[in-house]
Design a protein around this ligand. Structure first.
Ligand code: KIV
Ligand code: NA
Length: 277
């Protein structure tokens, strides 16, 4: 498949073709994204929860993100590669944000970064896009700010909150984002924002009116089972497939059924036996 670039993304958007985004956090999950022909591979900081077992996304560090990014970059060659800037890597100062965005390109082998926030992030987004690093915005439910949001709740449900969300989306478009994630917001708000903007919206829990969709791979495969938000459609029950496989292995070893003859390496006919006798 031809390499997906930011121009491909623009073309998909202009052609009104839905843009597919899926997360990956290591080499095998990245190769699945690649093989399936997904447009954008996202190294989301959701990996903090689904791959590292943290309670939220906040603990994951730049170094950890970069380590995962490099593995993902080795596994996915065709998709456009985007990484989440982790909590604390871009809020403190603009120069820190710019330097960390550069690290994702140089050390992480990524092509773009994603960061959470609306109007308050405008200067940061401008500074990063100005040096040639594409930025994917992220508004609505911003998991890095879950403490101040009071948990993982639907955002923009009242008219007043929806207006603020629309303002945020317009502001980060103006700041230079090439697209933005709309997470867990009412469908009519997401559809309205999508119509208003000139850049693609990528929805998660935002309904079918967005320019594209994103899911967390371990959610949609039914592997991560700690909780399941309404939007997390499971396309496979890989959790039970994997658990069954490992249980069977455990059982077969205990019962001396594995390894069988076909898993063993034979020697030249009778050679060792003759030597020993
Ligand atoms: O971290 C992540 O995986 C994300 C997507 C769900 C948009 O931010
Ligand atoms: Na994220």
């Amino acid at each position: 498949r031809k390499k997906v670039t930011i121009n491909t993304i623009r073309k998909l958007y202009n052609d009104n073709e839905p843009i597919t985004v899926l997360t990956a956090h290591d080499y095998p999950s990245a190769s699945f994204v690649d093989k399936a022909g997904i447009d954008i591979c996202l190294v989301g900081d959701s990996l903090a929860m689904v791959a590292l077992g943290h309670e939220s996304t906040s603990p994951v560090t730049m170094e950890e993100m970069l380590h995962h990014c490099r593995a993902v970059a080795r596994g996915a060659k065709s998709p456009f590669m985007v990484a989440d800037m982790p909590f604390g890597s871009y809020e403190g100062s603009i120069s820190e944000a710019v330097n960390n965005a550069i690290r994702f390109i140089k050390d992480g082998k990524m092509e773009a970064v994603k960061l959470e926030g609306g109007t308050e992030m405008v200067e940061t987004i401008r500074a990063i896009t100005r040096i040639g690093i594409p930025v994917l915005g992220h508004v609505g439910l911003t998991p890095q700010r879950q403490s101040s949001l009071g948990g993982y709740r639907v955002q923009g449900k009242t008219l007043e909150k929806a207006k603020k969300l629309i303002e945020d989306a317009k502001a980060i478009q103006e700041a230079g984002c090439f697209g933005m994630v709309l997470e867990t917001i009412p469908e009519p708000v997401a559809t309205h924002i999508t119509k208003l903007l000139k850049i693609p919206t990528i929805g998660i829990g935002a309904g079918p009116g967005t320019s594209g969709q994103v899911l967390v791979q371990l959610d949609m495969l039914g592997i991560f089972d700690r909780f399941a938000p309404r939007f997390a459609k499971t396309y496979a029950n890989a959790n039970s497939v994997i658990t069954d496989a490992i249980r069977t292995y455990h059982k077969e070893v205990k019962e001396r059924k594995f390894p069988a003859k076909e898993h063993c390496y034979p020697m030249e006919d009778g050679e060792l036996e003759r030597f020993l006798n």
